[in-house]
Design a protein around this ligand. Structure first.
Ligand SMILES: Cc1cc2nc3c(=O)[nH]c(=O)nc-3n(C[C@H](O)[C@H](O)[C@H](O)COP(=O)(O)O)c2cc1C
Ligand code: SF4
Ligand code: SF4
Length: 302
């Protein structure tokens, strides 16, 4: 009862009467979807106006989000915290600016990001943009994503490749070039965002339709298998793999990781294991492991 009253006061202040009543009806019908913790929810929305939501497996997209937020003066939030239920969903208002930053997964968007944007309500007047990080290009993935959420602008930023079951890591030189170029590109994109520009500059690459509309569905159906994860070597039980997993898919049992069925194949756990003992099928045996921290250290970039 008290919590309801707190919310009523909050929404009377911030929404017009009609929206307020509609919201109360909606909230009554769907009590748990928007408000998992009503008290935190109101203070959270009063504190943070312009928001960047990011999803990451290996840190590339988080790094881009953090650098962007530094230039646009926004706050960043990890979509994983919403997925895992650690963060109440945001209330976005018409004059807000909302960014969504994520890795490209097989020329589309990681499904937890698609699910996340379906659960938030974005007013038509809010300025919204998306940035995909990618090893090379996005195909038609961003165009397809724009059918799920209103996007005023979109960009791609090339970052080192992380998908080691199929491809080798980029050479050290290519990694350094990509990260250096990304710094310049983020600065340019930030200027456009600060001016609320309606730009669309996403690298689609060759045969973009085939990649997004034919290869992606096959990848989603056949390439993500928990049974392919296994250990080859001595596990220290450090749980680095569990901590990095953006979907909460890894549980430690008897000091060793086990994989459930919420994997999005981001390769975060495989790349981050300090012992390099996590394999995904056989092909990762002969591949290196990606570390953004290492590249940044070599370039003396934060
Ligand atoms: C499962 C998977 C699929 C990928 N598919 C693509 C792709 O279609 N196109 C591309 O350019 N990069 C692709 N990549 C590379 C990542 O998009 C890129 O390395 C990204 O910056 C990783 O971001 P993160 O560190 O935030 O996870 C893929 C990586 C993974 C793990
Ligand atoms: S279990 Fe899957 S989703 Fe989790 S870190 Fe490993 S590859 Fe990524
Ligand atoms: S990160 Fe590697 S060493 Fe640490 S618990 Fe996971 S598998 Fe074991």
């Amino acid at each position: 009862m008290n919590a309801n009253r707190e919310n009523t006061i909050f929404f009377c202040k911030t929404r017009n009467e009609e929206t307020h009543w509609l919201f109360l009806i909606y909230k009554h019908l769907k009590p748990n979807r928007l408000l998992s913790n009503e008290k935190d929810y109101s203070s959270y929305n009063q504190k943070y106006k312009n928001m960047i939501f990011y999803f990451t497996g290996n840190g590339n997209s988080k790094w881009v989000a953090a650098k962007m937020a530094n230039e646009t003066n926004d706050r960043i939030f990890n979509i994983s915290d919403f997925i895992k239920g650690n963060q109440p969903l945001p209330d976005i208002k018409s004059d807000d600016k909302v960014g969504i930053i994520f890795p490209t997964h097989s020329w589309y968007v990681p499904l937890p990001v698609v699910d996340f944007v379906k659960t938030i309500e974005v007013p038509r007047d809010a300025y919204t943009y998306a940035i995909c990080t990618c090893g090379d290009n996005m195909g038609k993935g961003m165009k397809l994503f724009a059918k799920q959420v209103k996007l005023d602008a979109a960009w791609s930023v090339r970052m080192p490749n992380t998908y080691i079951p199929m491809f080798n890591l980029d050479s050290d030189e290519v990694m350094r070039d990509k990260v250096n170029d990304a710094g310049t590109r983020i600065h340019q994109i930030a200027n456009a965002i600060n001016l609320h520009k309606k730009e669309w500059d996403v690298l689609e690459g060759m045969l973009p339709r085939i990649k997004t509309y034919i290869v992606y569905p096959l990848f989603a159906k056949y390439s993500i298998k928990a049974s392919k994860f296994h250990l080859e070597g001595e596990c220290t039980g450090c749980n680095t793999c569990g901590n990095i997993c953006p979907t909460g898919n890894i549980e430690m049992q008897k000091g060793r990781p086990t994989w459930a069925d919420k994997c999005v194949s981001c390769m975060g756990c495989v790349n981050a294991c300090p012992q390099h003992i996590i394999q995904y099928g056989k092909s990762t045996r002969k591949r290196g492991r990606y570390s953004l921290a290492k590249v940044l250290k070599e370039l003396s970039i934060k």
